[in-house]
Design a binder for this molecule. Structure first.
Ligand SMILES: Cc1cc2nc3c(=O)[nH]c(=O)nc-3n(C[C@H](O)[C@H](O)[C@H](O)COP(=O)(O)OP(=O)(O)OC[C@H]3O[C@@H](n4cnc5c(N)ncnc54)[C@H](O)[C@@H]3O)c2cc1C
Length: 457
């Protein structure tokens, strides 16, 4: 069976018939402890039907080891928020949802979480105990293990992606053994393993660095002319702890600027009525025009805990649009304005199929397969309408425009960059492949996505 990008939902029987494949019911009973044959077979956005019905759901590390030993091919699945086939498998998937323990180490100022834990579950837990993470993505619904595997990020010129907070990992490798990696003990190897693209093995737990809890206030400004980015790019993106510009690419403007400021006790929380000519919004806004703002985190400068302001969307609501597609490219921050102008040339092709674009910055890091590897970055993100036939034709045009900027696509979103060009963007790719080969010599954790993007030319 093959995953189909852009497929609409169909029932299982219809899908098996359409794909010409049959999984005999009797086969399902052969699987090891905790297998759940009727798991979610679509990704979150519903644009992808996974290529196997075999989903293992172990309840302990020991059961994970058994599953790994019993499968010749296996891919770990997080909360299914990736838009492409990175988590797909034609044979077996494993969900760590049931490994949901959280252990705080106040002395080390770290927290160790089971691979099933989401940021939405972790954040209030540590905040209640006086701690915070340095940053969050636009939504809290994703698993920590799945997010770091694709170098998921938030925004902020001084904020590395979420994987930069990782101080240690435990992974069940191809032979079923548990490998523990830590920053102190393994240095370089951990830098290679964290953004692992699901290729190193099944991560069972993750240790994250903490910092003292903090407050954030968020406000939105409307209608910022993109002209201001030419001479004030760094100033605009440094105007808060985390800053996002939203644009529909029309009228050379950011329709909204979301500024999230970190507040220390006693800090003033004043917001000027204008920001480079953009006007302070007096009502709460959704980044996509015409969408109700209720799912969004609080704005209008009201201070709140970091985890209720750093994401754009609240935990118990549908983030973003729901049925949608996403794409994102990382370019060097110091060429950010140039790259924006290059994409803007395609505005009349892009806008009809777009919900919204978001522009964010990410600090450089040393994680081998991170999109921000040794490069302070601007990420140009597209939330598309669920119109894959049209979107798939626009992506190569955008990628052509961004070729001079050595754009790196987000590992968890949709892209059509030719493998050779993609591979050329990762200076540590051969080291990463050597790491995978060492821990997975037979390619148990390789799927079509990795074969195509990392191993074919
Ligand atoms: C509405 C929405 C908003 C988003 N916003 C952002 C954003 O602000 N910033 C951003 O950077 N991205 C964003 N994303 C993308 C998302 O963060 C990434 O795709 C992320 O990887 C999804 O995590 P997941 O838990 O759903 O993992 P999945 O999508 O299920 O899997 C992703 C990868 O992680 C691997 N994986 C998962 N669990 C394990 C494990 N236990 N062991 C080993 N490998 C594992 C999988 O094999 C796969 O390779 C958004 C996505 C959506 C749908």
């Amino acid at each position: 069976m093959r995953a189909r990008i852009g497929a609409r939902s169909m029932d299982k029987r219809e899908f098996l018939k359409a794909s010409g494949a049959v999984v005999a019911g009797s086969m399902l009973s052969h699987f090891v402890a905790g297998q759940e044959p009727t798991g979610p077979r679509e990704n979150w956005a519903g644009n992808l039907t996974y290529s196997t019905d075999r989903l293992h759901m172990p309840g302990s590390v020991e059961e994970v080891r058994q599953v790994v030993k019993s499968c010749s091919k296996l891919r770990a699945l997080g909360t299914r928020h990736s838009f492409n086939t990175i988590a797909d498998s034609t044979q077996n998937q494993i969900s760590l949802k049931r490994l949901d323990q959280i252990a705080l180490d106040e002395k080390a100022r770290t927290v160790t979480v089971g691979a099933g834990v989401t940021y939405g579950k972790l954040s209030p837990y540590i905040d209640d105990r006086g701690y915070a993470l340095h940053n969050l993505a636009s939504l809290p619904h994703i698993s920590v293990a799945g997010a770091i595997a694709t170098a998921t990020h938030g925004s902020g010129v001084h904020n590395g992606n979420l994987a930069t907070a990782i101080a240690g990992l435990e992974v069940v490798t191809a032979d079923g053994e548990l490998l523990a990696l830590s920053r102190e003990k393994d240095g370089e190897r951990l830098l290679g393993a964290v953004v692992g693209l699901g290729g190193l093995g099944v991560v069972t737990s993750v240790t994250l660095e903490l910092q003292p809890s903090f407050q954030v206030a968020q406000s939105v400004y409307e209608h910022l002319s993109l002209d201001h980015l030419e001479h004030h790019f760094d100033e605009i993106f440094s105007s808060g702890y985390s800053v996002s510009l939203f644009t529909d690419w029309q009228h050379h403007q950011a329709t909204q600027v979301w500024i999230k400021r970190r507040l220390a006790p006693g800090d003033k929380n004043d917001w000027q009525p204008e920001f480079f000519g953009a006007k302070l919004a007096t009502e709460k806004l959704h980044p996509i025009a015409g969408h109700e703002a209720e799912p969004c985190t609080e704005q209008r400068g009201t201070p709140g805990p970091w985890y209720e302001r750093l994401p754009h969307f609240r935990m118990n609501f549908t983030p973003s649009s729901g049925r949608e597609l996403q794409t994102e490219y990382f370019v060097p921050r110091d060429r950010g304005y140039e790259a924006i102008l290059a994409v803007e040339k395609l505005r009349d092709q892009i806008t009809p199929h777009l919900f919204i674009t978001e522009l964010r910055t990410i600090a450089a890091d040393n994680l081998w397969m991170s999109m921000a590897y040794q490069r302070p970055s601007l990420a140009i993100h597209f939330t598309w309408k669920p119109e894959w036939p049209e979107v798939s034709k626009i992506l190569p045009l955008i990628e052509k425009q961004l070729e001079p900027f050595d754009a790196r696509p987000h590992w968890g979103k949709l892209f059509t960059v030719p493998p050779a060009r993609l591979q050329a963007q990762y200076a540590r790719l051969s080291d990463f492949k050597a790491l995978l080969k060492h821990h997975d010599p037979e390619g148990k954790f390789r799927n079509e996505f990795l074969n195509k993007n990392l191993y074919s030319s």
